[in-house]
Write a protein that binds this ligand. Structure first.
Ligand code: CA2
Length: 139
């Protein structure tokens, strides 16, 4: 099984700013732990701050990988283009958020991703990513 985690803008700052919302751990330290936890899975990681690069990556992997775990970060709430890309590919996409976006500002309550996603996991901190991986294993 081949899965990719795609992270959007500013998630490269995890663990370095706003620890009260996003925790203390960087994705660079968390990702090897995830790989060790799910040894049976070929797990990749991609991060970009650029909307078009995220769309390119979704298109690149979206016809051959078994799953995409997508945290589009702020683009979740603004990007028709990423929402369209999620709907255009054949690979199922699970939308992930670290924080509970529904307990935050109103503008974070709408997602352009969710309607095309297989499911959504949010609010469990970095564990949201592990739960999303589990959703692919329990098919
Ligand atoms: O909770 C999530 O995972 C979000 O996708 C994170 C986005 C936010 O815009 C979404 O509403 C919810 C923000 C990612 C920015 O991450 C930072 C990490 C550390 C310091 C500053 C920003």
């Amino acid at each position: 099984m081949k899965l990719i985690i795609i992270n959007g803008p500013n998630l490269n700052l995890l663990g370095k700013r706003e620890p009260e919302v996003y925790g203390n751990e960087t994705f660079e330290t968390y990702f090897p732990l995830l790989k060790a936890k799910f040894k049976e899975i070929e797990l990749e990681y991609y991060q970009s701050n650029i909307e078009g690069e995220l769309i390119d990556k979704i298109q690149e992997v979206g016809f051959s990988y078994d799953g995409i775990i997508l945290n589009a970060a702020a683009y979740t709430h603004t990007s028709v283009g990423i929402g369209d890309a999620v709907k255009a590919v054949l690979t199922p996409v699970v939308e992930v958020h670290i924080s509970n976006t529904f307990s935050r500002e109103e503008f974070r309550h709408h997602s352009y991703i969710s309607s095309g996603a297989k499911g959504v996991v949010l609010g469990f901190g970095l564990q949201s990513y592990a739960l999303a991986i589990l959703s692919f294993l329990q098919e």
